[in-house]
Design a protein around this ligand. Sequence first.
Ligand SMILES: Cc1ncc(COP(=O)(O)O)c(C=O)c1O
Length: 397
Amino acid sequence: MADLMKEYIDEAESVLLHTYNRYQVVFDHGDGVHLYDMNGKKYLDFVSGIGVFALGYNNKEYNDALKAQIDKIVHTSNYYYNVPAIEAAKKIKEVSGMDRVFFTNSGAEAVEGAIKTARKYAYLKDGGTDHEIIAMEHSFHGRTMGALSVTGTPKYREAFQPMIGNIKFANLNDIDSVKAQITDKTCAIIMETVQGEGGIHPSDKAFLQEVRKICDEKDILLILDEIQCGMGRTGTMFAWQDYGVKPDVMTSAKALGCGVPVGAFMMTEKVAQNSLVAGDHGTTYGGNPLAGAAICKVFELFEKLDVLNNVKEVSNYLYERLEEVKASCPDIVDHRGKGFMQGLEFNKPVADIICKALDNGLVLINAGTNIIRIMPPLIITKDNVDEMIEILKKSLS
Ligand SMILES: Cc1ncc(COP(=O)(O)O)c(C=O)c1O
């Protein structure tokens, strides 16, 4: 069987485009907070498919809801109404306070939609087509051309120039750097409330509030990307809800469908009334009945399992235990994050540590080369944290 896993890995490398340096494992199934490879080896999962499987694997109610929807209807078209998407949008409106929802298939597409919304909003104001967007250094918004254009890591953009144009970069938590980029042409500021891929950097409250104030004064749209940090990961349903601000446009994906590929961009009524209209934007799959059913069940289970309270309680414990690890390991230079989105920064690349952890039955992932990103399912217990810490310590020694 071990050889069968190896055979599949070799086959993958001959048929899949090599855009990922994958870990040498083929996961076969999952249950709760555990994954199992093709040989039946059990792993404690502290990645959750990079923030997707918030509710853990193989949740029976979630699976049953999807199966029931599959037996009913999987897809229609956005030229017709479907009940699961309507119910999902109602729920998103209720928990986010945003007024209008557009469903996409992925996070990057949600970012594309948010960018188009901002450009159209500004276009309707002055008829210009030279508006600018300010994004943050070290941000990550996805791999499609618009999302890549506002992604603040030059190496991701370099070979694919030209980008969409009129994008400027400022530094997270440096309000002067934002002010320095604002002109009469600025139509939006886009940022992750907590940067994920760029190294787990939460926005400061004062910074985000000041950005909001500038946007209000100048009628600039504040777009918050909650694709990774949203859906309960930091202890509130959306991370910005802990900041005393509200975006004009926001994006969501990943845990929104807990495994069914779905994303969304949402906006206030004011933005909706002054931006995209029929014919401006569309998608074949976005918000189909299967995706809608997944979203509805995800929100229902969040309430039933009291997920937000679990995040608040257990993430404090996780923070303390990771502080212990930091104190005992001189290679760790920083520990930061919010809720179940925490990072351990090392003074060296972390790939070897992650491989060792995998050998020892713990799934971890990096953010950049030197940071271990801790993104467990939101249902983990303190015992799971203890187990993780033991394996991490073993993998560090
Ligand atoms: C903050 C953020 N925005 C956008 C994306 C892109 O999402 P997707 O991979 O679903 O296109 C990601 C993915 O990691 C992300 O973390």
